[in-house]
Design a protein around this ligand. Sequence first.
Ligand SMILES: [Zn+2]
Length: 253
Amino acid sequence: MAWRLLTKKESLWVQVIAAKYLKDDNFWSHSVKNTASSSWNSIMAVRGHLKKGCCRIVGDGSLINIWMNPWIPTIPGFRVSFNQQGPYPHLEKVKDLFIPNELAWNRELILRIFSPFEAQCILNISLPQESTEDKMVWTLTPTGQFTTKSVQLMLSLDQGSSSTISSIPWKEFWKIKDVTPRVHTFVWRILLNGIGVNANLSNYVASVSNECAHCHLESETIEHLLLHCPKAQAIHFASPLSLCLQNGDTIET
Ligand SMILES: [Zn+2]
């Protein structure tokens, strides 16, 4: 029901419900009043789960808020890492990142504002040939249509990793100056578990084994590959820092 509320704005019952409960409020940030009905309360309660699977598909970019909405499919969470609108008050909707009156990304502007990784992910989004309305898709099914089964699958895969991610001070992280953009982005992807190690790939590709391709001893998680794999430990030790890592060491976040 919550999914239909987001995607079937033209249907009568959605308009009635939105007028009664949301009024002009935002679906995602709306706070529920005590007097609301139990079905409205349950719609509001599943918002957190919906948030993880919803992504907007850019059409004419007029309905998508650059800073708040999920719209970049190749970034975990589908959102920009933090709200940088402050210095750019005129940039609010995704269409503000287009070349004026064209359906084309303003490459120069995007590279100036976002981190190199985010900029690249944005520039990789292909825009439609003709102006179409922005759409909402559900990313956890191949068809983009919402199913309750896919939510259950998401919940079973989602064992508490998101609480670690949200506790990272991203604003401070992106302010760090003395690293190259490449290393910065790489560390960011490590923290989000966004590296194509075998343990991650094997979740999605049946023919990939999760085994470490270097030592064949353990599952190739990011932590194993960077800290615990005998090959990694040899490299750390041979480095100018002569690091001697123990197996109990973890990536602190
Ligand atoms: Zn290994």
